[in-house]
Design a protein around this ligand. Structure first.
Ligand SMILES: *Cc1c(COP(=O)(O)O)cnc(C)c1O
Length: 377
């Protein structure tokens, strides 16, 4: 089955009892048992719920994995994955991961005795050099947020394998439509489904997929034990969003490519970060491991003042956190998504006060370019 068909026919199609073409919302917490302990596959909705199960099967198929799991947010999904590790374990983590991921690792899991070293995973030697005898996993995003740095999934997966480590990839920016980390050797994929998978700024959710049966069982155990599950209504909304993932991703990308090229030609813009540009240092790696470059662009206008002007004057780019929805969004990472990273660390990373990140929506690209032009001038 080709990907665009899988988006519609993958997972569970409709309802076999009634013929409904959409999976029903099973708004239920518990299930009647025939005899004590004998049930029809479902006993309590924290453990399993048919609507959530349909979504979990769908995302597992889209990522070419064995097991999918749905959580109440991307952070709940990431926290469940991090709960696989024990006191004394060490992780190698990308140094420009999502601010909330940095925060949960540095301020919650480190407190529980799980140590981490943050490195630039787009530089293979840094990843290799950070591995200690206690290292258990490498955790990364590619492309990363907000500088769109590209890490070589295949190469890092081989390194992880050689050292007996798990490779965990946050695939939020690419989605399974453009990139499948499990096919490239990763062990676990995580998603903030709040972004492209949902796609309409109306649901907060997280997904995890693994290609290994044993890991799937462990993650289901953690999902059930910790309990941060996605409810049936939101599971249904996500499945609805995923049906149009292909249509949306193609439009996001087409618009983003044009806008990135245009931004490169503007004298006010110092740097444009977009992996689809041949001038981007990660362009070749991105091409070798993904089918597209996505819809996120960051660009540096050199000063906080000009950044503020752009934020204030654009009319089609809504000033908001988040990304990946049909409407275009604009943000300044230093003061928004990445504010939880200490200022001096931000400066080291290149997340300057003039850095603007846009999530290009599916509007007419001419309107978007005109809007950016008047805001810059
Ligand atoms: C938003 C985001 C998260 C966190 O997901 P929530 O759904 O907001 O909890 C994790 N990783 C990336 C790359 C994100 O963009």
């Amino acid at each position: 089955m080709k990907l665009d068909t899988k988006l519609i026919h993958g997972g569970v199609f409709g309802d076999e009892h009634t013929g409904a073409v959409s999976v029903p919302i099973y708004q239920v917490s518990t299930y009647k048992q025939k005899r004590a302990g004998e049930h029809a596959g479902y006993e309590y909705s924290r453990t399993d719920n048919p609507t959530r199960a349909a979504l979990e099967q769908l995302i597992a198929e889209l990522e070419n994995g064995e097991a999918g799991l749905a959580f109440a947010s991307g952070m709940a999904a990431i926290s469940a994955v991090l709960s696989c590790f024990n006191q004394g374990d060490h992780l190698v983590v990308g140094d420009d991961v999502y601010g909330g991921t940095y925060r949960v690792i540095a301020k919650v899991f480190q407190r529980l005795g799980i140590r981490a070293t943050f490195v630039d995973t787009s530089d293979f030697r840094q990843v290799e050099a950070a591995i200690l005898p206690e290292t258990r996993a490498i955790y990364m995003e590619t492309p990363s947020n907000p500088l769109l740095k590209v890490s070589d999934i295949r190469k890092i997966a081989q390194l992880a394998k050689a050292h007996g480590l798990l490779l965990i990839v946050d695939n939020t920016f690419m989605t399974p439509y453009w990139q499948n980390p499990l096919d490239l050797g990763a062990d676990i994929v995580v998603h903030s489904a709040t972004k492209y998978l949902g796609g309409h700024s109306d649901v907060v959710a997280g997904l995890v997929v693994t290609g290994k049966k044993v890991l799937g069982e462990e993650l289901h155990f953690l999902q059930n034990s910790i309990g941060g599950i996605l409810g049936p209504q939101d599971s249904w909304l996500l499945m609805r969003g995923i049906k149009t993932l292909g249509l949306r991703m193609k439009q996001h990308e087409q618009n983003a490519r044009q806008i990135a090229k245009w931004l490169e030609e503007q004298k006010e813009v110092k740097v444009v970060y977009y992996p689809g540009l041949i001038t981007h240092p990660g362009h070749e790696t991105a091409r070798s491991q993904a089918r597209g470059f996505g819809g996120i662009i960051s660009f540096d206008v050199g000063s906080e003042k000009l950044a503020d002007q752009v934020l204030e004057k654009t009319c089609y780019f809504t000033l908001a956190e988040s990304l990946g929805a049909v409407e275009s969004l604009i943000s300044v990472p230093a003061r928004m998504t990445h504010a939880s990273i200490p200022a001096e660390r931000r400066a080291e990373l290149g997340i300057t006060d003039g850095l603007i990140r846009i999530s290009v929506g599916v509007e007419d690209v001419e309107d978007l370019i005109m809007d950016l032009e008047q805001a810059l001038r």
